[in-house]
Design a protein around this ligand. Structure first.
Ligand code: IVH
Length: 644
């Protein structure tokens, strides 16, 4: 059931080697479900054809809420019911397979093929570590046929592509193509290297298993040890179905695997027989397809953005295009190596895609549409903001502007300093930052505290009241705890949790300033690279001047890393999963710690609570499995007497 392996790869390899040695010594002890049998030694000589006992059909597609309502009306009429229960499952974007178990053992795996006949890919499917070679639980020893989808998770796909590129091989276009290609390989040893996984969603001949509802079929397969997607829900009536459609339209972006829609199925399996099928698809189910995540548009120009550390990033300026309800006119190009790898040129038609991140990505140039007039994109030599020569650090792909007074860097530093997770200064958004920097009212973040309402009032867009509010907001930030101030200063590689670790170990700026590299890297969670960077950062004269200004203004530069508010969570470990409606992960962790709790990344029997948000994944499954207490955001805030 778990998406994450329970043991590290190296440990798996060590245990496998031991088992292989033992089996070589005692061949009589080798069982057909031994993990050593996963990867055969021989090449498959083409694939034998398999006739499906029950045809593998496909579902009809729908693209709108109206079509879902029509489907509901149709099946209610045919089954003579006023209201029906449906399962709503994720439509995994992979390759359909049929898995047959006989006497409890995995005997046959086949692709869909033309629906009535597919390829025997048993040897390849045996290499999927999460596919049980022997069924467990009540199904052990029995026969069963399941239908499911083989897929590649995004992070594994990306890691695999990086490895391919490092070995000089062409990257795979997308996880779906990668999966289809992998299943067609004739060498199971090569398939074993591909990061494939699967979910089952259908039980063939459920009546034989005494199962009466789709939800129970899923549970039965899960009990047998097969991977079942944890996000299947039961919906009573079409309105609940549509609510789930709306939730997953964007919720899917947070999943680690691709889904191209939802599958809506009548839950009561007896009705599947009543409803029957058309020539192509069953009447009891419908695929609801999500709006496309990709679009094509023109790459009009490439501009160069300067980050707060001086890193220069190429950004694509696009002909505005609609994607998932927003108009997109810019997309990050990450770095110049990426631009070269994708061979992007100004004037190209490009495919853009919204992935798990909010910022869209440029996936590829559509070469067939080239006219020859496209211009190559060359990395700049000079900073687009201050014109200083750019440098490229050894071993790094990014170009960097080294000028500490670079105006664009200053803006980015001010934005970071005022952001919610840092000093949380209301009103210090990007337009205010621009106005302050243009008027040369601030040279660094320390100058913010010298601002007077009279001078702010002179700026465009400000009036007496808004100017006073900004200054009050800045002054209020003086009392933020020490860890936040340290984070706000923006040392390289120091994210919020690293700042907390450092602030805890070094309870003041002065203590941090005195720390040696060894003392810094002795702090749990701080590696040697970060230790070096922090050591260098705090010693910079510029940083010293900023901190003196903050000290004069009364900003907290010492004291507990965070404010202790209660002991409600004393001794308790809390795990956060999914996206909470209001709190960022950093903010939620801060609140938990302020009440004595510890935040951990993995769920175990000892976990006190799991706080789950939208699109929570395997951690939520684990919590349910181990019966760990669950809370949502409101529940957490209630428990701690906090408000938003
Ligand atoms: S039920 C009669 N459930 O989507 C077919 N299909 O046309 C019943 N798929 O290629 C399919 N996730 O392989 C079902 N949870 C799910 C699914 C799912 C992915 C695929 C399936 C088929 C296509 C539906």
């Amino acid at each position: 059931m778990l998406a994450r392996p329970v043991i590290a790869d190296a440990e798996y390899d060590r245990l496998m080697k031991r088992l292989q040695d033992l089996e070589a010594e005692h061949p009589d002890l080798v069982t057909p479900d031994s993990p050593t049998r996963r990867v055969g030694e021989t090449l498959t000589e083409g694939f034998a054809a398999v006739r499906h006992r029950v045809p593998m059909m496909s579902l009809s597609n729908s693209y709108s809420e109206d079509e879902v309502r029509e489907f509901d009306a149709r099946v209610r009429k045919l089954s003579e019911r006023d209201e029906l229960e449906y399962t709503v499952e994720l439509k995994i974007d992979g390759v359909a397979v049929s898995l047959r178990y006989e006497d409890g053992l995995f005997t046959l795996g086949a692709t869909r093929g033309d629906g009535s006949q597919g390829d025997d890919v048993t040897a390849n499917l045996r290499t999927l570590r999460s596919l049980p070679l022997r069924l467990q639980g009540p199904a052990a020893g029995g026969s069963l046929e399941a239908r499911g989808e083989v897929y590649m998770a995004r992070p594994a796909f990306e890691a695999y592509n990086r490895a391919r590129e490092a070995a000089g091989e062409k990257p795979i276009l997308n996880p779906r193509n990668g999966t289809a290609g992998s299943l067609k390989l004739l060498d199971p040893r090569e398939v074993a290297r591909r990061p494939l996984d699967y979910f089952v969603y259908g039980l063939v001949d459920p009546g034989r298993h005494g199962v009466k509802a789709q939800m129970d079929a899923l549970a039965r397969m899960r009990d047998a040890g097969l991977r079942v997607n944890p996000h299947a829900s039961l919906a009573r009536g079409v309105e609940e179905v549509l609510e789930l459609c709306r939730k997953w339209e964007t919720g899917r972006l947070k999943l680690e695997y691709d889904t191209d829609g939802l599958v809506i199925k009548v839950n009561e399996l007896r009705l599947h027989d009543v409803l029957g099928a058309t020539a192509k698809s069953p009447r009891w189910g419908l695929a609801y397809k999500f709006a496309s995540l990709s679009a094509t548009t023109r790459l009009l120009d490439v501009v160069f953005q300067v980050g707060r550390m001086g890193h220069v990033t190429p950004v694509a300026v696009l002909e505005p295009v609609e994607l998932l309800g927003t108009t997109i006119s810019r997309a990050t190009l990450h770095n110049f190596e990426e631009v070269a790898r994708k061979d992007l040129r100004v004037g190209d038609w490009v495919e853009i895609e919204k992935g798990g991140e909010v910022i869209p990505q440029v996936m590829r140039a559509i070469e067939e549409k080239r006219t020859g007039k496209e211009r190559p994109i060359r990395p700049p030599r000079k900073c687009p903001s201050c014109s200083s020569e750019l440098v490229r650090d050894e071993g790094e792909v990014a170009l960097r502007c080294e000028n500490p007074a670079c105006p664009m860097q200053l803006r980015r530093r001010l934005e970071h300093f005022g952001s919610r997770a840092a000093m949380d200064i209301a009103g210090l958004g990007s337009s205010t930052v621009d106005a302050l920097a243009n008027a040369e009212l601030v040279e660094d973040v320390g100058d913010l505290y010298k601002l007077k309402p009279e001078s702010v009032q002179e700026l465009e867009g400000f009036a007496e009241k808004s100017a006073a509010a900004l200054v009050t907001g800045i002054q209020a930030s003086c009392s933020r705890p020490w860890a936040r101030v340290l984070f706000a200063l923006g040392a390289p590689h120091v994210g919020f949790s690293t700042a907390e670790l450092l602030a805890e170990a070094f309870p003041s700026w002065d203590a941090l300033l005195e720390a040696s590299v060894d003392e810094l890297s002795a702090v749990g969670g701080i590696g040697p690279v970060v230790a070096e960077e922090v050591h260098h950062f705090v010693r910079q004269a510029r940083q010293g001047r900023v901190v003196e200004k903050l000290r004069k203004a009364g900003v907290t530069l010492s004291g507990p890393a965070r404010v202790r508010k209660s002991n409600v969570l004393e001794g308790k470990t809390v795990v956060l999963t999914g996206t909470l409606p209001h709190l960022t992960r950093d903010r939620a962790s801060e609140i938990i710690k302020a009440h004595g709790g510890t935040v951990s990344g993995s769920v175990s029997k000892k976990t006190g609570f799991v706080v789950a948000g939208e699109a929570a994944g395997s951690k939520l499954d684990k919590a349910l499995e181990l019966k760990v207490k669950l809370l949502d955001e409101a529940g957490l805030l209630d428990l701690l007497g906090e408000s938003l």
